[in-house]
Design a protein around this ligand. Structure first.
Ligand SMILES: [Ca+2]
Ligand SMILES: [Ca+2]
Length: 198
């Protein structure tokens, strides 16, 4: 499994939720969770971790390849309205016609959320993404799943993933999500402490 360096920052931000400044807490935008782990990534890409964490203008073109995110102890859950965002690199041609998004709980049965594609919900954490037309929201409603553990982004272009070939995947962001139990958070916080002492 591939892990993102963003994890440490996430644990810190979760720990700090209770003490958010009033200005932030009052914002209408939901606090996003940006998946930190990949289960499957194209072998033709030098640094597949660029699609983890919040959108940051680091991306790769999916071509006809797939990326599978695993949410670990997190879940994307179906609440009223869209439940997750997909971010394309925020320049050039909008290419959501060259991608599909599918979700699963067992990695065997996958359901496409593409028919629910809509204008993106703005999230706290996606501030670096500057083009509303290069992001979209998707909804679990109608998928038969009330929550999901795995997210597949499937390229509908041609050829292997590389450069700007096909859909340029930057990030995935969860709008409606559940947080792991307290024990898991403590474990992550311990990891952060170890890292920060280095
Ligand atoms: Ca929903
Ligand atoms: Ca990225």
């Amino acid at each position: 499994m591939l892990r993102s360096p963003h994890s440490a920052r996430l644990a810190l931000s979760l720990a700090g939720l209770a003490s958010l400044p009033a200005a932030v807490a009052a914002a209408a935008d939901k606090i996003g969770y940006f998946p930190e782990f990949l289960l499957t990534a194209p072998e033709t890409v030098n640094d597949p971790l660029v699609v983890l964490g919040p959108p940051d203008d680091r991306y790769f073109g999916l071509g006809e390849d797939i990326v599978i995110y695993t949410l670990g102890a997190w879940r994307v859950v179906d609440l009223p309205g869209p439940d997750l965002n997909v971010y394309e690199a925020d320049f050039g041609v909008v290419e959501f016609n060259l991608m599909d998004i599918l979700v699963s709980n067992d990695r065997r049965e996958w359901v496409s959320l593409k028919p629910t594609m809509a204008s993106a919900v703005k999230l706290v954490g996606d501030e670096r993404h500057n083009s509303a037309t290069h992001r979209r929201s998707f909804d679990l409603a109608g998928s038969g799943l009330s929550e999901a553990r795995f997210i597949m982004i499937r390229g509908l272009g041609t050829g292997p993933a590389s450069g700007t070939n096909g859909f340029d995947l930057d990030a995935v962001g969860l709008i409606n999500w559940t947080v792991p139990g307290p024990g898991t958070l403590v474990a992550i916080a311990g990891l952060v402490a170890l890292r920060r002492r280095r």
